[in-house]
Design a protein around this ligand. Structure first.
Ligand code: SAH
Length: 228
């Protein structure tokens, strides 16, 4: 899978993809994340990519021209399954969406900045809009990193233990059960005996019950979906 992220602050995306699981996914050739500096597509003298909003008001708006030029240049090289604009008013990101996007080949994620992008970008150049939650970030970069992370870890071979992504929270509308590691006793606080019994079948059942209990208590809304 290849993910192209378009940004005016590409420095913000240097960290997330150069360590741990996301770095390894790229080293193994399972995912490729390429960050494009929107300024490289500006034809203005000062490499500017934004302008004042028509009609006035505070805040700059990202112009359509450099965005169009960047998307066109990418599309000339390969086909894209989706061109996604990160936006607080987009469809709310979920595990189901991550599962779905992880099956795609090529994605473009467009990070906005300032007041956002010229509306015509959204009308004509974008195929999908995603929000990572009901709050406003200063730019779409961190949102794009969230999407890329959630999607890339689902690609087969990225996680060492293949089954591990399947037992995460939200798959099957259930939250993950509690986990423990050594020492078996700390400050008098003990790990449940059953987990140390070696009885894998009983452990599986216990974990499933814990998942259900946890979902019921912490997320009654999810539990409703599970039990339906
Ligand atoms: N004026 C806009 C917010 C602009 S914030 C509004 O009120 O809707 C600047 C950029 O940050 C946006 O263009 C978008 O790309 C990104 N962004 C902010 N919050 C986001 C969220 N919750 N999810 C995804 N992207 C977000």
């Amino acid at each position: 899978m290849r993910i192209d992220i378009i940004s005016v602050v590409p420095e913000l995306l240097e960290g997330p993809f150069s360590a741990s699981i996301l770095q390894r996914a790229q080293e193994k050739g399972l995912a490729e994340v390429i960050v494009h500096n929107l300024r490289d597509y500006s034809i203005q003298k000062q490499k500017s990519v934004d302008d004042y909003a028509f009609g006035g008001g505070a805040g700059m708006v990202l112009s359509i021209e450099p965005i169009d030029r960047c998307i066109k240049a990418l599309k000339a090289e390969r086909n894209y399954d989706e061109v996604i604009y990160m936006s607080p008013d987009g469809d709310q990101f979920s595990q189901a969406m991550a599962n779905n996007l992880s099956l795609k080949q090529n994605l473009i994620l467009l990070a906005g900045h300032y007041k956002g992008v010229d509306e015509r970008v959204r009308e004509h150049l974008i195929t999908k809009e995603i929000s990572i939650g009901d709050y406003v970030l200063s730019g779409g970069e961190l949102a794009a990193a969230v999407i890329a992370d959630a999607v890339i870890r689902l690609i087969p071979g990225v996680l060492n233990d293949e089954t591990s992504a399947l037992s995460d929270s939200f798959q099957d509308h259930l939250l993950a059960p509690p986990v423990y590691t050594r020492p078996a006793e700390y400050n008098g606080w003990e790990v449940p005996d059953l987990l140390r019994s070696g009885n894998l079948k009983a452990i599986d059942i216990w974990r499933h019950e814990q998942s259900i209990e946890r979902t019921k208590n912490k997320r009654p809304d999810l539990y409703k979906k599970y039990s339906n």
